[in-house]
Design a protein around this ligand. Sequence first.
Ligand code: HEC
Length: 124
Amino acid sequence: MKTIVAVSLGISLCIQALPCLADNSNGKQLYLSRCAMCHGADAKGTGPLANKSNPPTPDLATAAFRKRLHDYPGVIVSSVILRPNGDLIPRTLRENGVKVPPHAWTVKDFRDLNEYFSGLVAKK
Ligand code: HEC
């Protein structure tokens, strides 16, 4: 009896946990509203502004970027926080009349965005 209770508890926990893992709607929403206009919905650099900057937006769904992400797991979050390309992003948005409202990032937002973007990059 104990085993049955333990097993069914385990199963119900899985069922409850799975939708949370599968449904990263916060990460998707952040990505689509703040990154996809350049990076594209597929992370391949296919957004409408992808070729409006110099350098253009790179294809990140590549083996090279997967290796970079593996060697430096913070690359996605740091590209938002540290802005290694200076004012390239705000300038490109401004020059093309695309307004992205300021956002008060939370740790959860960064985790969700990181998870969502990593998922796109992992696709072949
Ligand atoms: C205006 C277009 C634009 C927007 C918006 C944009 N990016 Fe980028 N992104 C670029 C360009 C261009 C590069 C390449 C920069 C370079 O080579 O210096 C890049 C590079 C990157 C890289 C690769 C960094 C590396 O060191 O390998 C990551 C990761 C990234 N962006 C994440 C994001 C995320 C996350 C967002 C949304 C929060 C975002 N970008 C929004 C244009 C954009």
